[in-house]
Design a protein around this ligand. Sequence first.
Ligand SMILES: [Zn+2]
Length: 155
Amino acid sequence: MNTSIFRIVPLATEVAEAARRAVSTGASDHALITADSPRSCPCRHCLSWAQPGERVILFPYAAIPSGHPYCEMGPIFVHAEKCERYSATYEYPTDFRNGRVFRGYDAKYNIIQAEVLNGREPELIIQEFFENPETAFVDVRSVTHGCFTFRIQRA
Ligand SMILES: [Zn+2]
């Protein structure tokens, strides 16, 4: 039994599988590319960086659904080959302990707080955000590119 106050929510396996099918049929909004540096293509399914030479699919994903002022669709990567969905969901993924921005949302998908990681421990920021009873979930994004990386829910 663990006492973590949060749960990491990696991209659903169905979404990764759909992207793999779409790229195989030549969908114009799904690009198959090869990672060329160790920290350029984070896979949202296994929550680790694709290694140079590994193939990834780049495609648009609506982290915040349409019909809301903060709706957001943006590009994400998944491994082109099958990978294992991140399963240590009570632990913050080690590959993303820097270069991230945290956005806290309420239950209506409004951003109510935001903070750049900036050398702080992610667990502390998560704890602070969830101390606000209005915070329904926290989205972690790239601080440079702005791309959605993963979601964090209350445990
Ligand atoms: Zn992966």
